[in-house]
Design a protein around this ligand. Structure first.
Ligand SMILES: CC(C)(COP(=O)(O)OP(=O)(O)OC[C@H]1O[C@@H](n2cnc3c(N)ncnc32)[C@H](O)[C@@H]1OP(=O)(O)O)[C@@H](O)C(=O)NCCC(=O)NCCS
Length: 186
């Protein structure tokens, strides 16, 4: 099985997706931009992971980077990775995992510098939230360095609240906000 194009090309059948994803499908109707889900059995696995690890090394300092453990993280059960491809280039990615049937965790989000401030981070987050919600979890949580104001703003815009400040989360002198959003599955 190959990667599943969550945002299908014009020729593919429109999938039955939640509200946010439907909006994203509409925005990406020209086919030059695709939101993909990395599939473990995909022949493109190595190529995509290599490209993302390169981005990860460029964007994040060592203490925040998953570059060395990316492959292993992704092989874990209940983890997933969505990536945005623009004209064949990976423009951004979001990674998530569901450690229990009640909650999911966003473990990584990044957009390549030249593609920032064009709504792609928001698109990726909304798609990841939809994926997590499809498992009927009650809570999505994440950690973010408070100095990453762009990311903190994005999470707040999507409804995440700050739970607490976790001292020395990334390293002895780098704290993290733990943020969460709750869902009512009634
Ligand atoms: C955080 C990040 C993913 C945002 O991606 P993006 O594609 O630029 O974000 P969007 O264009 O979708 O912006 C969505 C919202 O995020 C916030 N935001 C994004 N960039 C911002 C900036 N430079 N300043 C303030 N707010 C910002 C805003 O609330 C924005 O909504 P608005 O456009 O209505 O103001 C991107 O800046 C990034 O990759 N940063 C480095 C890695 C990182 O910090 N990752 C998150 C921690 S794990």
């Amino acid at each position: 099985m190959d990667d599943m194009g969550i945002i299908p090309k014009k020729t593919r059948k429109k999938p039955n997706l939640g509200g946010w994803l439907v909006q994203i499908v509409k925005r990406m109707g020209d086919g030059s931009m695709e939101l993909m889900e990395l599939d473990r059995k995909s022949s493109r696995w190595s190529k995509v992971v290599d490209e993302i690890v390169k981005l990860e090394k460029k964007i994040f300092p060592k203490h925040e980077s998953l570059a060395r453990s990316f492959d292993d993280e992704l092989k874990k059960k209940n983890s997933g990775l969505l990536y945005l491809q623009i004209d064949g280039e990976i423009a951004g990615y979001v990674m998530y995992t569901s450690p229990s049937s009640l909650c999911s965790v966003i473990t990584k989000l990044a957009v390549k510098e030249k593609y920032r401030r064009q709504g792609h981070g928001e698109t990726l987050m909304k798609a990841a939230i939809e994926k997590c919600r499809s498992k009927r979890i009650n809570r999505i949580s994440l950690h973010v360095d408070p100095l990453r104001s762009s990311a903190v703003n994005l999470y707040k815009k999507l409804g995440f609240q700050i739970d607490t400040l976790v001292r020395a989360y990334y390293s002895s002198d780098r704290d993290a906000y733990r943020m969460f959003i709750d869902f009512d599955n009634e």
